[in-house]
Design a protein around this ligand. Sequence first.
Ligand SMILES: *Cc1c(COP(=O)(O)O)cnc(C)c1O
Length: 412
Amino acid sequence: MLVALGEPRESNDLFHAHQGRGFFVLLIFNFNLFMSFQTDTIHAGVGPDKAYGAIMTPIYQSSTFVFEDIGKHRGFDYTRSGNPTRKALEDNLCALEGCSSAVAVTTGMAAITSTLSLFHSGDEIICTDDCYGGTSRLMKTVEEHFGITVHFVNLQEASNLLPYVNEKTRAVWVETPSNPLLNLVDIAAVAALAKERCLLTIVDNTFLSPYGQKPFELGADIVVHSTTKYLNGHSDVVGGAVLSNREDLDLKLKFLVNALGTCAQPFDCWLVLRGIKTLVVRMREHERNAQAVAEFLEQHPKVKRVFYPGLPAHPQHELAKKQQRSFGGMVSFELDGSIEDVNKVLKGTKLFALAESLGGVESLIEHPATMSHASMDHDHREAAGITDTVIRLSVGIEDRFDLIEDLQNALA
Ligand SMILES: *Cc1c(COP(=O)(O)O)cnc(C)c1O
């Protein structure tokens, strides 16, 4: 299915550089056998700087690196192909997701673009129907421009994908929990069906981060991230990553990121690395606050429905308990009222800022129909159940009683 387009640039490196890298990977692998996820967030991929012993990874803000001899350099020659700061982030992400390769790219959309570049015209992909708005827009563009057919399917029942599989199908694209309705897809069930049919299982793990969900353990072949969200966690960078767990895919994805030029910048990688150091403590607070907010909304008379996997009333609560380590920090709800009432709530909060994006330490409120999911066409939105009265919250890590009071005032 995958025709090798060529080797990534790094594999043309000198024997010496190659050896060095192999040794490093081995070290990290061993390290991981003994260290917990929480320890890895702080230490994996990050060692004291070899030049001066700096405890924090230096920002190697350099486009190019000096050769010592013909064909001989210290592991890096040009920043599009590789950079020490980016490598530290990639090794860290690899340890957290538990896979064999990670490539850090400029944005979550760059991660998706790079991954979609694995496919050829004529190929078919099956994609979760209520995916991120930018994902559906890109998939539709890829369909129009490159002749790759995308079937948007409700994957809440894994077997729903079966009628769409034919000899041209190459992959199943899973986003769980979904955005903004927090529907779940059983990754293990989808991956099992996909494997039997030689399809790739690709999971967008942005909403939970590797703290909340480990798709490779459930059978995924590729994981994509918008590191803009929980991994960085401070709303001060846009970034992405593509991770894989199969040597042919690892090489192909590295090749594609270098060929396409979607690689992340050193300073952005440094920011994300810094953010990841507090991932565990942030995620715990996000979840605790989101659960409290969801329970508050659930009993509010002006709220028709709350979407949060941590509520026993969530139709897939049992799957969430089995598949996820965290219910996450995203809560959506449907207001019992008109679009004017929705607007009043959106403008009425003082702590929850009216803004797109998610996963930062500060709380945000937004309107999917006109904001995050405006790029999804109206019919697709309606079919996925994203009505005009749905409001999405990214619950931050402020004091949860302040957050609840803010919502209470806005709903009054
Ligand atoms: C934000 C987001 C993306 C896109 O990431 P960017 O960094 O904004 O390009 C992709 N998938 C999901 C689930 C997202 O939330």
